[in-house]
Structures are given as C-alpha cells and as structure tokens.
Design a protein around this ligand. Structure first.
Ligand SMILES: *[C@@H]1O[C@H](CO)[C@@H](O)[C@H](O)[C@H]1NC(C)=O
Ligand SMILES: *[C@@H]1O[C@H](CO)[C@@H](O)[C@H](O)[C@H]1NC(C)=O
Ligand SMILES: *[C@@H]1O[C@H](CO)[C@@H](O)[C@H](O)[C@H]1NC(C)=O
Length: 388
C-alpha cells in the first residue's frame, strides 16, 4: 500500500487525462482503469538502454531541470520544442543518445495518449526528412528527423536535431508516463551525423563545464533533478569518487565485484556496467541474476516476476557493488520493492536478449537513488557519492 502513494495516483490521472473520452466515465470505471494502468506500470519496469546495432542558477552556471518521480520506476522532466513552445514530458536518459517526441502524423495508439508535436505551428521548424528507427530495452519508435529549438532547465538549445515519431508500437509506449526521450549518452551511441543535445549545449557555449549530474529522489519525495554545466554539492555527502569511463559509448565503467556479507556473489574478477537513468532496476546477465535471486530467496511467479517475502526487507544484508576500490552498498530496502498491494519483488532483473552488453550490468534508478552521479564529458569520468 505504502509503495503506491499519492504521487502515483496523481501520475495516473495525468496519464489518463490525454485519452480522448467519448463519454463521461463513471467514477468506478475510472478507478478500474487506474487499477489496470497501475498494475501494468508496476509489472513493467523501464529499460531504456539503447540497443546499439552498429530555471537556472546563472552565478554558478548550473542549469536545473526538475524531474518527477513516477513510482520509483521513471523520472520525467518537461521540455519544450518550437516557436511558440510545445511541451513534452521526457525521460532524461543516460542509456541512449537521441532526442525524439511524438508527432501529429503518428498513427499508433501511444500517440493518442501523449502530447504530439505539430511542425505546422512552429516558425523555427525545419524538416530533415531522414527516416529513423530507435530501439530500446523496452519499447521502440520509428519516424523522421527534423530541427527546431529545444528548451529545458532555463537553456535554449538552438537548431537541435530531433526525431518525430510516426509509429510507437506496443503497450509499453501506450502506457508510458513520458511522451519522448532525451538521450544523454555519447554521440557514438546515437544516430550518425547528428549532434546530440548535450554536445550542442557545449558547442553553443551555453554551459561552462562539460558535465551534467543526476539526483533521483526516493518514493514520494520531490526534488529529483538533472543539472547541467556544474555540480551542486548540497545534493551529496562526502567527496565524489571519480571512475574512468571504460568505453565512451554508454556511460560505462568497470566494476570490481558484487558481494554480500564479504563474499563475492557476482562479477567475480570484474565486469562492465553502464549507468542508466532510463532503466528502473539492476540488470545483470541471466545466470548471474538467477543465482542472486536464489541467494535472496526470491521466487519466480507464474508471470515471470521474482517475488520475495516482504519481511526480507528487514532481514537481508546489503549487497555491495565495488567500483574502482570503493564500496557502494545497496540495502535490502532498495533491492526489494513493495507494490500497492503489499507484495514484494526483487529489484534485480535479467538482461533480455538483444543487448550487446550481454555480460554486463545496468545500474539503473535503484542504484542512482542511493548515489548522486556526475557524468563528466571533459574527463570521461563518472563521479559517485552518497545522495543526501
Ligand atoms: C544547490 O541546491 C540547493 C538545494 O536545492 C539550493 O538551495 C542552492 O541554491 C543550490 N546552489 C547552487 C549554487 O546552485
Ligand atoms: C514471511 O516470512 C515470515 C518470517 O520468516 C514468516 O512468518 C511468514 O510466514 C512468511 N510469509 C510467507 C507468505 O511466506
Ligand atoms: C576535468 O577536466 C577539467 C578541464 O579539462 C579540469 O579543470 C577538472 O579539474 C577535471 N576534473 C577532475 C575531477 O579531474
């Protein structure tokens, strides 16, 4: 009950508000729909790791973009595109690189549930026409490229290349709490020949330091933030530990080990991990995650989820991710989640096929809620420190 709080309900009513209603629905029908949507959301954590196939504080030069926490599964901020501006909710996603939003030409059900961009209403719009297809761990889109001005966090990114969707197949996109995605991965992960949003901010001289940072709030707390061009020290305690990016494609690093009670339970001898704000959970290789589920006594339900006795939140020890010689403990209260019906689930998940990173880990929001993270493009490093 606790887990699905006030924020979730607000989120759901917002979600439904864009669905065209042909008649006024009864309270009961509305509640039933909300229940269905809530059930769906809770069973479908996000994994927006891109499938790689081939109001600003001017003194400090830090630009703040607030994000809203949806059920601890997604963090969504508002951007606007065009002149005059058209608004969209996007995931600021370090696991992909491109920016896209739905268009008025999109024919998928997902697009009737979300804000759509109308090029005819923007005086700064320029079509590029190049067709694009983007595929994520969950969800995909196809459409075409265009240019327009993009605004967020007090920044105006001029003449930004972005995608407009024509198709967004599937229930995941239909029920998504976001309209589009704003990728913050390396350019090499994105569409070729395109300057991604963050690179454009830097090229246009809009930010003074070539970095951005994420603070993700817990449960119903507000204040989730992505900051551009500087780091605000009041979001973390102690010093940032800097880790080199092992491969500048994803925000990828080399992890030493994963252990429990001082015993290595995964990533023995080291492994690769990507830091992905667009992924809800902790994702690892199937056999390795299977073993962890066994260790924490999580059992697979008929529908495939790993369920766990809620009392384990108070009894299981921390699972420690060691990176560059520094321990990052993740307590049971973080690696177990409780839904609105009081059922508990493991926050570890198996990487599904297709991702080339089949031997690697994805450290998603579960990890990032505990650790404030700086993504430093100037030095190709990732800074981590306990979030306040
Ligand atoms: C840092 O964040 C705190 C808390 O949100 C805020 O009060 C303060 O003004 C920020 N400082 C800077 C320099 O941006
Ligand atoms: C959960 O664990 C507690 C304590 O070990 C036990 O009393 C309870 O029966 C368990 N619940 C279920 C559903 O297995
Ligand atoms: C990163 O690089 C910048 C400029 O290249 C430098 O001023 C800064 O000290 C570096 N940061 C760290 C943590 O090494």
């Amino acid at each position: 009950m606790r887990w699905f709080g006030v924020l979730g309900l607000v989120a759901l009513s917002e979600c439904l508000v864009t669905i065209p209603l042909t008649r006024v629905k009864s309270m009961r029908e509305n509640l039933r729909e909300k229940d269905k949507l809530r059930d769906y959301l809770e069973k479908h954590p996000y994994n927006l790791a891109y499938k790689f196939v081939d109001s600003a504080d001017l003194d400090q030069g830090i630009y703040y973009e607030p994000m809203r926490n949806y059920l601890d599964l997604a963090y969504v901020g508002t951007i606007s595109i065009g002149t005059p501006p058209q608004e969209f909710k996007v995931i600021f996603d370090t696991g992909s690189t491109d920016l896209w939003v739905p268009s008025i030409y999109c024919t998928s059900p997902a697009c009737s549930n979300h804000n759509v961009f109308n090029p005819l209403l923007s005086s700064t719009f320029r079509a590029l026409g190049r067709p694009i297809h983007l595929q994520y761990g969950t969800g995909m889109m196809s459409g075409f490229l265009a240019y327009d001005n993009v605004q967020f966090g007090g920044l105006v990114d001029e003449s930004q290349a972005f995608g407009l969707s024509l198709k967004e197949p599937g229930k995941f996109m239909e029920y998504a709490v976001f309209d589009g995605i704003l990728g913050l991965g390396y350019p090499s992960l994105g569409l070729q020949g395109i300057t991604p949003v963050f690179d454009n901010l830097w090229k246009q001289g809009l930010i003074s330091e070539e970095l951005f940072a994420f603070y993700l709030s817990k449960k119903e707390e507000e204040g989730s933030m992505v900051m551009f061009g500087g780091v605000n020290h009041s979001y973390y305690s102690g010093d940032l530990n800097w880790v080199p990016v092992s491969r500048p494609l994803y925000w990828q690093l080399t992890m030493d080990s994963i252990s429990m009670n001082g015993k290595v339970i995964a990533c023995d001898g080291g492994c690769e991990a990507i830091i992905d704000t667009g992924t809800s959970l902790l994702i690892g290789p199937p056999d390795v995650v299977f073993n962890i589920q066994k260790i924490i006594d999580a059992e697979q339900s008929y529908s495939g989820e790993y369920m766990i006795n809620c009392t384990a939140i108070n009894t299981l020890p921390d699972i420690v991710f060691t990176i560059n010689g520094v321990d990052y403990p993740v307590p049971a209260s973080a690696y177990i989640r409780e839904d609105h019906q009081g059922t508990c689930y493991s926050n570890f998940d198996e990487g599904t096929g297709g991702l080339l990173l089949s031997d690697s880990w994805i450290l998603g929001d579960v990890f990032l809620r505990l650790y404030f993270t700086v993504f430093d493009r100037a030095n190709n490093t990732i800074g981590l420190a306990p979030a306040v």
